[in-house]
Design a protein around this ligand. Sequence first.
Ligand SMILES: [Zn+2]
Length: 190
Amino acid sequence: MTSRISRLVATSAAAALATLGVTVANPAPASAAMTICYNTSQAGSFAGIAGQAASIWNNATTNLTLSANCGSNLRIYQITGGGSYAIRTSLGNGRVYIDTQQAQQYSPLRIMTHEIGHILGLPDNYNGNCAILMSGGSAGTSCTNPYPSTTEANRVSNLFAGTRVAERTTGETGSAVFRDSWPAVAATVG
Ligand SMILES: [Zn+2]
């Protein structure tokens, strides 16, 4: 009788935990993907482009997920003049500013994925190569590639996997401001 009651109690407890969504048997994974909540409430006409950029990063990387309007790790702003830039407060956290005027000269999606790339730990790499996302405006206004290279994407995945702990703690991927990634284009005379 006692053992039967114990079994009933145990069964009930398991059912209750299952109802709560608690998994008893399986331990949590060693490193869960980090969710980066981006907020587009002040992104104006660039909110949709922010969503496209988030999808590009999510498809290209592992260990992190950019998710819309679940919080504000990353705030995206629409500005006019002064140039697009990014302020990283820490890896995966910060603010991105997209200049409306610049987005009429350069691909707005390339600007967006590039600036988010800074938030995800990447530095500028002005080598003029359009295949490199972090080459920014050095690849010219005709370059519309919004995709990180495999090397760039893998570096971000590694940063968020925690395999580059030394770099994370020495500040290389910590707080920084990234300006002037998109050179001003001479106005057409006439
Ligand atoms: Zn840049």
